[in-house]
Design a protein around this ligand. Sequence first.
Ligand code: GDG
Length: 481
Amino acid sequence: MNRLIITSNRLPVSIEKSEKSLTLTPSAGGLATGLKSYHKENDSVWIGWPGVTPTTKKEAGEITALLEQEQCLPVFLSEEQIVNYYDGFSNATLWPLFHYFGEFTEFNETYWESYYQVNLQFAEAIIANAKENDTVWVHDYQLLLVPNILREKRPDLRIGFFLHIPFPSYELIRILPWREEIIEGMLGADLLGFHTYDYARHFISSVKRLLGHDVEFNQIKLENRQVYIDVFPMGIDYNKFEKLALEVQSKPIQERSKEHQDIDRFLMGKPDRKIILSIDRLDYTKGIPERLKAFRHFLNKYPGYREQVSLIMLTVPSRTDVEQYQNLKNEVDILVGNINGEFGTLNWNPVIYFYRSMPFENLIELYSSADVALLTPLRDGMNLVAKEYIASKVNHKGALILSEMAGASRELGEAISVNPNNIPQTAEAIYKALTQSDKEREKAVLAMQKRIKRYDVHKWASEFMTALKSTIEKQLDHHAR
Ligand code: GDG
């Protein structure tokens, strides 16, 4: 029977090293949270980086044994590879370029060589574990070369690839010195999946213009086979969010987390007080400074809301070794300080800012308490937080303000849509969200819930696997003819 091998840069669990012991913790981030439950339910193996570099052979063995319990296999990266492949080519070249931050994109031969080497290392780890005709599902921008390396070395494997971030317009991709290699790397797959139709369209256009392949509808015709392109908007584990949100709602306040009790005290006896929430990794693609400026604009334009509304902003530290992330952290710190300094009172902080990650349960509490979610990425492949917030609104009393630059905006048409670069428009959207009637909110939430419940992460993964299977059948058919 053929087995599924999943591969992504990070494993769904990370290893943490203390002086005496090694412990397993769940990894944060959209891919890990989304696919973890699918992995658990299927007899798959997940190959990826566990987040630590072992210092001895014995330690490497211990890490491998721990990961085996979770059906995971490690690919170990050296410090040099983390600098050049991960911080470098993945996060200082591809990430900014694919999110339209051309000015942040670094072109560096050493980064590229390391990226190729690590992709080779991943492919070799897969090959060492793959039996004949196994299916491999490769994920995301850190591993764009893996499909073609696998294709060349193991043509028996069935290869699917999913990109979790946007695929940019040809005008962006064309500036990359390794553009052909990247696209050829992806074309090693039998099926390539994207979150939205636009990303798929951009990819097809780049294939045509850079490599000159013929394209017929969603098939790219190579010399001896076809590559299929399709759209699979990633969903969330809907039932999990709904169930936990119901549990939170029914828990007495004394049993909830300290943060939740603080929120409750803030709201106590003041029915007009409102909470706006944002959750994201501290990343320049997420539009955090723009969001803060819009909130400041709102407080200036609608002074009646001062002391009545707070923005709870959870920003999770991310890629702290990359320069732009350090600069962004300083910019956000200053903006939060300015807003709180200008408007705050002894009883009220306009922005309640957390720079850390929180346990999953606290996330649900935040989703449940918030009246408004304000998610304003400048570019975002999907944005699962928007879907998680909607799923957690079991009382249907919530408004969602969502950037039109997030892939999720394609499915969440009932949200209040904004161009995050338009500060006055976003400020007006905050006003609108706060003044909407309960009936309007409920109608929007119910419509969005219905859609994201139907197309949850299980459906997403199984639709991708079904499409991959039928792609292979079509290829076999083609060859038989
Ligand atoms: C990439 C793409 C695409 C956040 N803070 C905490 C925490 N989280 C969890 C959220 C959510 C996930 O992390 C974030 O997912 P997003 O989709 O919003 O964003 P990225 O991390 O940038 O993910 C993105 C995604 O891949 C999937 O394809 O949607 O566009 O950029 O699940 O709940 N979880 C915990 N504590 C936190 O503090 N436990």
